[in-house]
Design a protein. Structure first.
Length: 410
């Protein structure tokens, strides 16, 4: 699409920002919201119709609603004009979501991975996962406007992860930006915790907040940090990287809360430190999990409660570090493990004021469960599509869309 000949780029972007995510609206509403003149507004709306992003609806009089004088034209985003792909590319599985431009989910597929798979295998798996989700949604590669992938590694503004001894970050992000850019018009690669923060800010526990931290607390700690409404990244994307906790007394590692509880109960069992006759004593060490500890603590088991107190103290120290560095209003604990950490969170919230000089942030469990990164990936793809679609210089949808819109206008 040659948007330069239709209307000024800034006017088109302002109009698209207004229209994106809304239900039907009339031209006067668009004028008031954007501050554009009537002629510039109509020119921008028609240009967005011509490139397939908007459609014109029958006016109020045509659908039986009384209107004096000349009725205003009605418009809506063409949600089916294209699709976006959001992926949570974790260590052991890929969860891929296909959504339309309104954010409605069309398909979600999960592909299991060998945790020791190399870069080549991971690249092949990413493409296979996207193709499978598109097939389930009844869409093709040509329908994809934007893709956003969350990986458990720091990611810079160019979508690349820095070198790491051992190569874990490179395995998690084996050139995914370049891989997807060969056929996806708009590509965004992000750290998974950053996408969890995007999800919480969009539809989760941080809606309306400008300063918050989202802590992924499963196998390893990772954080998405939002300050003054901006997601922080750093030069190499390492703002939320947790290796610094190796040097924090009372934490000493980036192991997540869930895995830490598992390690503690297995260590106790191996050292025969479980109380005599305890319900966990007869279970093989390798089968013991943090989830069992949480369930027992919830039922009133005093030994398990002791581990919950220990986990709460650890979480309080982690939250205090973030509270001291970034002064957030809220710290949200996210990930699949979050739903079982209510008692741990309660302990941490009580201890937190003693760990920090600033007013203690509120601790809250995410309501998005294991889907926070996937939700954030879809939101990230939609944000990238809205911001960059007018720069593409190509037709967004098939020619039949233009013909249909022209028929409505006539």
């Amino acid at each position: 699409m040659d948007v330069g000949t239709a209307a000024p780029r800034a006017s088109l972007q302002a109009m698209l920002n207004f229209a994106w995510g809304r239900q039907a609206f009339v031209s006067t509403e668009a004028m008031d919201a954007t501050g554009l003149t009537r002629s510039t507004s109509i020119e921008a709306l028609d240009a967005l119709i011509d490139v397939g992003l908007l459609m014109e609806l029958p006016n109020a009089r045509a659908i039986g609603q009384y209107s004096k004088g000349r009725p205003s034209r009605r418009f809506a985003l063409r949600a089916d004009a294209a699709v976006v792909v959001g992926m949570d590319a974790g260590r052991s599985q890929l969860t891929t979501t296909v959504a339309d431009l309104s954010g409605a989910t069309l398909a979600m597929e999960t592909l299991r991975l060998d945790i020791d798979s190399g870069q080549r295998e991971r690249r092949v798996a990413v493409i296979a996962a996207i193709d499978a989700a598109l097939a389930t949604a009844g869409r093709a590669r040509d329908d994809v406007l934007a893709a956003c992938v969350g990986v458990p590694a720091p990611v810079n503004s160019a979508g690349a992860s820095p070198h790491q001894v051992g190569g874990f970050w490179q395995r998690m992000n084996p050139g995914l930006q370049e891989l997807l850019e060969t056929w996806v018009p708009i590509v965004r690669i992000e750290n998974d915790a950053s996408l969890a923060a995007l999800a919480e800010g969009s539809v989760g526990g941080a809606v309306g907040l400008s300063d918050f931290v989202v802590l992924l607390a499963g196998d390893r700690l990772g954080a998405g940090v939002v300050v003054d409404g901006h997601l922080l990244k750093g030069k190499h994307g390492g703002v939320g990287e947790m290796m610094a906790f190796d040097y924090v007394f009372g934490v000493e590692s980036a192991i997540g809360i869930g895995l830490q509880l598992t390690d503690w109960v297995r260590e106790a069992a191996a050292a025969k430190e479980l109380p005599p006759g305890h319900s966990l004593a007869g279970i093989p060490v390798v089968e013991l999990t943090g989830r069992m500890v949480l369930d027992l603590a919830r039922s009133g088991d005093p030994w398990a409660r002791g581990l919950v107190e220990r986990a709460g103290a650890l979480l309080a120290r982690v939250a205090a570090v973030f509270g001291s560095l970034y002064d957030p209003e809220r710290v949200i604990v996210a990930g699949a493990v979050a739903e079982g950490l209510a008692e741990v969170l309660e302990v941490a919230q009580n201890l937190l004021p003693m760990e920090i000089n600033l007013p203690a942030p509120e601790l809250r469990l995410s309501c998005l469960g294991a889907g926070s990164v996937s939700t954030g990936a879809v939101a990230g793809a939609l944000d990238a599509a809205r911001a960059d679609v007018l720069k593409l210089g190509v037709q967004v949808v098939r020619e039949r869309t233009v013909a249909e819109s022209a028929a409505v206008r006539s």
